[in-house]
Design a protein around this ligand. Structure first.
Ligand code: PGA
Length: 257
């Protein structure tokens, strides 16, 4: 079995002005300084990326963006390109978050273009998939997840594919305080891995890290990370407070392999 390194990512969404962002990372970097066995990253809003990167110099926290546009430059008012993100020190970029799909009309095709563009430009995509409560209750979770994964990865080259991160985020669990159970999340993560094996190959599918996201807290992170198919967490609300996010990282670092 492949040993996958655990990865905890904080998705700050549209929170934190620059001074607030700096206060958060100044506190966080001290708290997590000794944690070397897991990958830790924060994904601030675009406006805080550069100052946060500067503040993180020499720390073990990496930087991710929450979105990108697939073109490298051009007349696309209001958009931010992968080259811009790369040049200011981002290593990761969240793609296809359900809030982007819902409020900004992102389709599987858009997600696919963004993934390819991120990879060409040396950014690791964190690809979000997940079903709504209606889809779950109608028994459509598997079909939907398969469609999202296949759609996202269509034509993605195998070179570098093992570095991709997939986040399973059931929409009904996001920001609701109502997390999935570890067992349920693991079942979907297994389906994601099987689908990745069909799209790429078994070796790549075994290397790709799968996160769970949706109301992750210090109290429940271990329940997810003890699952064989789950390698990390994408944390929204609980990543906005340094102490809470640190406790989640601790829960992930201390878990059994
Ligand atoms: P939450 O958000 O942790 O606040 O539920 C997770 C996410 O949207 O990535």
């Amino acid at each position: 079995m492949v040993a996958r390194r655990r990865i905890i990512a904080g998705n700050w969404k549209m929170y934190k002005t620059v001074p607030e962002a700096l206060a958060l990372v100044e506190e966080l970097k001290g708290l997590v300084a000794e944690m070397r066995d897991i990958d830790i990253l924060v994904c601030p809003p675009f406006t805080a990326l550069y100052p946060v990167k500067e503040a993180l110099r020499g720390s073990n926290i990496e930087l991710g963006a929450q979105n990108l546009f697939w073109e490298e430059e051009g007349a696309f008012t209001g958009e931010v390109s992968p080259t811009m993100l790369k040049s200011l020190g981002c290593s990761y970029v969240i793609i296809g978050h359900s809030e982007r799909r819902k409020y900004f009309g992102e389709t599987d095709k858009d997600v696919n273009r963004k993934i390819k563009s991120a990879m060409v430009n040396g950014l690791i995509p964190i690809v979000c998939v997940g079903e709504s409560i209606e889809e779950r209750e109608a028994g459509k979770t598997e079909e939907l997840i398969r469609r999202q994964v296949v759609g996202a990865m269509e034509g993605v080259k195998t070179t570098g594919a093992a570095d991709i991160v997939v986040a399973y985020e059931p929409i009904w669990a996001i920001g609701t305080g109502r997390a999935a159970t570890g067992e349920d999340a693991n079942k979907v993560a297994r389906l994601i891995r099987q689908t990745l094996a069909e799209v790429f190959n078994e070796r790549i599918a075994q290397e790709i890290r799968i996160q769970y996201g949706g109301s992750v807290k210090p109290q429940n992170v271990a329940e997810f990370l003890e699952q064989p198919e789950i390698d990390g967490a994408l944390v929204g609300g609980a990543s906005l407070d340094a102490e809470t996010f640190y406790k989640i990282c601790q829960g992930a670092a201390g878990g059994v392999e």
